[in-house]
Design a protein around this ligand. Structure first.
Ligand code: ZN
Length: 176
């Protein structure tokens, strides 16, 4: 296992459109190793999601995990598409491992139906709600060169981390 270097705001790789993965490559040992490295990097950085462009690999690969109540299981999404958006919106604080020290409120659909390949290369389709749904949309934005900052409709909520902890901590923040 190895920790990967996280690309930060301003790195052009974060603004590229990620390429789809060749499904035949998923079973390769080096690909599986890369997934393990992504999980290790995400956990070490205390995130709940990580997209491959964030570690300078511009491919459609996402890992996510959020243990505990209200969380979601270890998930790998390869070549994901959202096939349905629910009608309701959720407003949540978001942060990003590629954007140090900032939080901001983003409004997104609170339910999505996702189709993707899993780490075995099998096609899966499932519904996600609330935190899981927001995390999926945040990570999928990384695959099209978008950051949560681009999704903020009200920049007045943009908050530095120490001020967030002081004034806004009670509202749940999502670091993805
Ligand atoms: Zn992010």
């Amino acid at each position: 296992m190895a920790l990967l270097k996280i690309a930060k705001l301003g790195n052009p790789v974060l603004r590229k459109i990620a390429l789809p993965v060749d499904p035949d490559d998923i079973s390769r040992r080096d690909f599986q190793q890369f997934l393990d490295d992504m999980f290790e990097t995400m956990v070490q950085a205390e995130g709940i999601g990580l997209a491959a462009p964030q570690v300078s690999r511009s491919e459609q690969i996402i890992v996510m995990a959020c243990p505990g109540e209200g969380g979601f299981p270890e998930t790998v999404l390869i070549n994901p598409t959202i096939v349905f958006y629910g009608p309701h919106q959720a407003e949540m604080w978001e942060g990003c491992l590629s954007v140090d020290g900032l939080r901001g409120k983003v409004t997104r659909p609170s339910m999505v139906r996702v189709r993707a390949l899993d780490r075995k290369g099998a096609s899966a389709e499932f519904d996600a709600t609330v935190l899981f749904a927001v995390c999926i949309q945040h990570e999928m934005d990384h695959l099209i060169g978008k950051l949560f900052l681009d999704r903020m409709t009200d920049l007045s909520t943009l908050t530095q981390l120490d001020e967030f902890d002081r004034y806004w901590q009670k509202e749940h923040a999502t670091v993805i």
